[in-house]
Design a protein around this ligand. Structure first.
Ligand code: MG
Length: 249
């Protein structure tokens, strides 16, 4: 069963996702050469505490970080630590906040210093894929319509989508039904209804789609060492256009 949120639950989802977007934006602004990934983790923790909220990622299935920071060939689930961000790094930030019994989830790939045209294209394509997926998240469509829109856009650009990690329903739990793969066929999968809240999150590799997990058991990297980008919004399905809950407040 895919949870349908009531009006008051949707209000709670709006609130927590706006808080999450604020953390995401502050961390993205803080990305600069010389900053450590732990600096970003600490900033997230401080903001979340000051909001009177709790961190939805810390301790989730044992995740040891305050936020996921994944650099360059790292796809997702990087753990903040002593690593120093350098000029030209792509820094993916994924943050989750819990407040009022509901959870917010959003991600962005930020840039440290100067990047080249191909890195810029990777970011633009990933953002466009997220927008294309969101545009399909309307009542009456199916999950496969979101998946297909993302995959086609990415592959047309010559990049690949990660298969091993997917978007998801979200609400009282970080991961609810349905799963939202970034690949698939149109008109397949669960039907979308107004009141569903979904985290849509393409992970796009410049090279092949294969990934591997590092010895820390969390950090996911591209198998071929190519760069990867990740953008995520949490949205509410409505009878009309989807409502993006994690737009910049
Ligand atoms: Mg997510």
């Amino acid at each position: 069963m895919i949870p349908i949120k009531t009006q008051s639950e949707l209000d709670a989802m709006r609130r927590v996702n706006q808080m999450t977007a604020r953390v995401r934006d502050a961390l993205a602004d803080a990305v600069k050469p010389g900053v450590t990934t732990l600096d970003l983790g600490n900033l997230a923790q401080k903001m979340i505490r000051e909001m009177g909220a709790t961190n939805a990622f810390y301790g989730y299935h044992g995740f040891p970080g305050q936020v996921c920071i994944s650099i360059n060939e790292e796809v997702v689930h990087g753990i903040p630590g002593r690593r120093i961000i350098r000029d030209g790094d792509l820094v993916s930030i994924d943050t989750g906040v819990s407040f009022g019994g509901f959870i917010g989830d959003t991600a962005i790939t930020a840039v440290a210093g100067k990047i080249d045209a191909e890195q810029q294209r990777l970011l633009e394509v990933t953002k466009a894929a997220l927008a294309a997926g969101i545009a399909q998240a309307v009542e009456g469509n199916r999950v496969g319509d979101i998946s297909y829109a993302i995959q086609t856009l990415v592959e047309k650009a010559g990049f690949s989508v990660v298969r091993d990690f997917v978007g998801h329903g979200i609400g009282r739990e970080l991961h609810e039904d349905p799963q939202i793969p970034n690949f698939g066929k149109p008109r397949r999968g669960p039907k979308l209804k107004a009141g569903m809240t979904l985290s849509i999150e393409p992970m796009v590799n410049m090279g092949g789609k294969k990934i591997q997990v590092l010895a820390d058991k969390w950090t996911v990297i591209t198998k071929d060492g190519s760069l990867s980008a990740h953008f995520e919004h949490t949205i509410a399905v409505t009878k009309g256009s989807p409502e993006i809950l994690t737009l910049t407040p």
